[in-house]
Every structure is written in structure tokens, then in C-alpha cells.
Design a binder for this molecule. Sequence first.
Ligand code: HEM
Length: 509
Amino acid sequence: MSKLSEILRGQSYGVVFTPVNTVLAITAFFFLYYLKQRFFGPLRHLPGPWWSHYTQFPDTLHTFSGNRSLYIHSLHEKYGDTLRLGPNTVGVTGQEGVKTIFGGGSKRPFHKEPVITEMLNFGRTFEETMAGTADPVSSSKRRMMYGNAYSRGSVLNMQDIYQKCFMNFIARIEESRKNSQDGIIGVTPYFRAMAYDVLTEAAFGGLCKGTEYGTDAVGIMDNVMNANLFQWYFGTFIYNLTMKIPWKKLDWIRSKEEYLQATQEVVSVYQSNVKAHPDRVRKDLLGNLILNNLDPKKLYHEAYGNIWAGTDTTTNTLGVLMLAIVRHPRIYKNLVAELDRAFPPGEYVPFAPMELQKLETECPYLTCCIKECLRRYPLIPGPSPRIVPKEGTNINGWFVPGNATIFAQTYTTNHNAKIFPNPKMYIPERWQAGKETAEMKAMMTSFGSGPRICAGENLAMMELHCATALLFRNYVVSIPDGYDNDHVEFWITTPKGGSIFLRIEPREV
Ligand code: HEM
């Protein structure tokens, strides 16, 4: 008998690996693990389901079922504001938790969790982007480079450019409505093309247009994302080899390189313009990053990251907003009456641009509908996890040790019944002037909070205002029979079949 088989059979130690011994060894292992976690686990003192001492698997199952945030919310309802979700994972809610984790006003905001930063850097296939930087101090340096690209002032300054995007958008909707049966349209691709247009204008001078080239341009973004995933899973060597296979069906893998090449070309044109006329550079994201001398490679990865961060987020929020309004006839009626007052029949030219500032001042109910949609149906409802600094932290009267993963998920903060009574009801009126409180603002984390708050909030709010007003002022919108328009949550909320379907009928304007 060889030495190896002797060792495997345990003879050199006088132990024989019989089935009984193996079962005993496994049982002993699990028993010791049970004792260790139950009595010495770092989060043993926190409230939570029994399994969370040992595993986070039930949470993972819900992640894959697409209903994670609702599941975590149900656990918070059972266990309170502080919840052990896994052997090293804590969920918290309440104002103290939100402030501590998101770091509003704190000198030591928590770092983003590695799984999240890896995802936001497209699985390390990209240079580190602002969103994918763990450390808030480094990410704030990149944020400084953004300058005023997405500031409110810039969003207002670039209104003429953005209004062209909305005009293209409504023209595409009209075209599609005319060609459709009974006015039923899968609207999500059009919302996406619009968001994509606005983003490319804001990020890098309108590189290509989603609404002008149909949805193909948006499809390129999906291909780039899939190519990133491929490279992440199989590694750069296999990715490079696969790219060389001359098979048409693999064109999607090559699209990433094409995209990066196209972006590089735009960057070079920009760079020459900056050199020639630094005073005339458009103050969009790319212009600002070039002026701040960001390394070109980082630069186009940052631009792509922004397009990704700002396309489906706005698209799907717009879809959910449409549904929320249409499903509440009283709210629908109030909104349309307000739009008709601001843009009266006879004065308003059908499909004409609707300026943001006019909408904000003359249509406050529209703003309330949008804010309430963001609260009730947040696009990223689940955890945006952070890491507790090594000295640990105190939250809600509990000590959470260093290096634990911690989060305050948006669905739960947004549904805090003490701050938002009847939290599961869609009530735009709660945001009316004089009713909105400081607590409501602090606990509504749909765009995040603190130093890592969404960089594109102003842009997103502008899109939600202009696109919603255009649609409801020019059309009668309804949900066709047989279309339930369900959504599923895979980090961001997405329509189940890829699109929501609405009936869009002409309206006497
Ligand atoms: C309704 C639309 C949007 C929603 C609901 C949304 C939501 C969010 C949330 C919740 C975060 C913070 C995540 C965290 O704390 O880990 C975030 C971050 C970010 N968002 Fe948005 N977003 C939207 C639109 C946009 C747009 C239009 C842009 C681009 C212009 C954008 C760019 C970013 C960036 C760059 C970050 C990373 C910030 C950082 O890590 O410091 N978002 N967004």
C-alpha cells in the first residue's frame, strides 16, 4: 500500500475513515462551528433570526428571488431597528443609523463594501470609477473633478440641449403610438433612449443618440456590460482570445473595445479643443475631467460608469412613476389639472418643450408626485453596504464591531411609519410646501445620503419632471388590460419582462 493511501485511510495515525467516523467528524465540525458562532460570534449579542449566527444563505436566496428588500424589511419589523442578517452583516434603520452609515456630517464616513465597489468598477475590468471607490475621501477628490457638471446651475444652463433630447423622445413615442395596435407601447426602451441621450450630453458631449438611432445605441451599452461580465468571470486572457474569433455572434464581446475606441476619439477631439480654446470648453463631465487633467483611461471609464449609473436608474424610476400616477385616478386628475393650468389649452402648442423652471414653480404637485414615487418605490430599495471602521461603532444603543458589513436599506428608511404615516400608501400631498419636515428629508434615502449621495440627482429630477409633464400633458395614459407591469429587484428595480406597457392615446390639448 502506498504512503498516500495509507494516509488517506488514516492508518499512519491509527484512525480508519469509515462512513461512521466521517459522519462523526462532520457533526463535530458543525457543532464546534455552532458553539463558536453562537457564543463567540462577533455579532452574537444583536437581535436577528437564529440562522443569522451561522449563515446569510436565506438572505442570498431572497436576493436571487428578486425581493430582497421586502424580506429584510419584514425582518426589521420583527427584530427592530438593529438586525443581525448574517454572521458578519448588520442592517440598521432610524435616523441615527442613516447618519452614521452614510456619514452625513461625519469626519469618518464608512467605506463602501468591496463586493459593491467591485461591481461598480465592472468587476475590476475598469479603472476605478468614483462610484466604485471604497474610500469616501478619495472619491470626494474625483467628485471635485466633476466640478459643476451635474450641478443645478449646469442643468439649467444646458436646458436647450436637454430639451432637444425630450423633443426626440416624444417624437419617437408619437411615431411608435401611431404604428401600434390600440396605442399600446412597451415604453421602457424609449425612456431608456431618452435617459441615455441626456446622459451622453451631460457626460460627454452627446457621443451618440439613443433616440436618433432607435434603441440600438442603448443596446451597445448592454453589450458593453455583458462583455465586462464575461471578462470578469473568465479573465482577460480568455476575453482577449474570444474577441479574436471571427464569429458574428460574438460581436457583442467586441463592442466594448469599439465603445472604448469611440470614447477615446471623442476624448482626443475634446483634448484638442481644450488646448485650442480652454475658455470655450463645454462644462460637461468630460470637459471638466479633461480640464482637471484626469488620466485619459480613467476618464472614459468614468464617463461609461456615469452613463451606466444614470440610465437605467432614471428609466425605471420614470416607468414606476407612470404606473403610480395612472393607478391612482384622483392623483392623475390633480396632476393633469395642474399641467393644464400652467400650459393652458389654446396657448400650449402640442409637444412643445416644457422648461424645468416653469414646471418647478407652477407645477408643485408634479414635484410631490415624483418625490413620493422615489420614497414609496425607491429604485435601489435594498442595502448599499458599508464596512464598519476597525474601532467599531455604536448605533441604536448597540455596539457593532469593526469590519462588520453594515447597511441602512432604503426601503426600510423610506417606510418608517413614525416619519411617513401610512408608509405603504402613495400620497404625494405629504410633500406639499409646509408639510415636508427635516426628518422626512433626512430619512428619504432614495438617492443615498451624505458624501456619497448620488452625483446625478439634479439631472435625474430634471428628466423626471420634463418627461412626465410632456407625457401627461399631451396624452391620455392608461394601463392596458392584461398587462400587470410587475417589477423585480436585482439591486435596481427592473420591469419583469424588460419593459412596462402603457396605452398612450392622443389628448385634446
Ligand atoms: C432616479 C434616478 C437615480 C437614482 C434613484 C439614483 C440612486 C443612487 C443612489 C442610491 C446612489 C448611492 C449608492 C450608495 O450609497 O452606495 C447613487 C450614486 C451615484 N449615482 Fe445615482 N441615481 C439616479 C440617477 C443618476 C444619474 C442620472 C447619474 C449620472 C449623472 C447618477 C450617478 C451616480 C453616481 C456617479 C453615483 C456614485 C456616487 C459616489 O459613490 O460617491 N445617478 N445613485
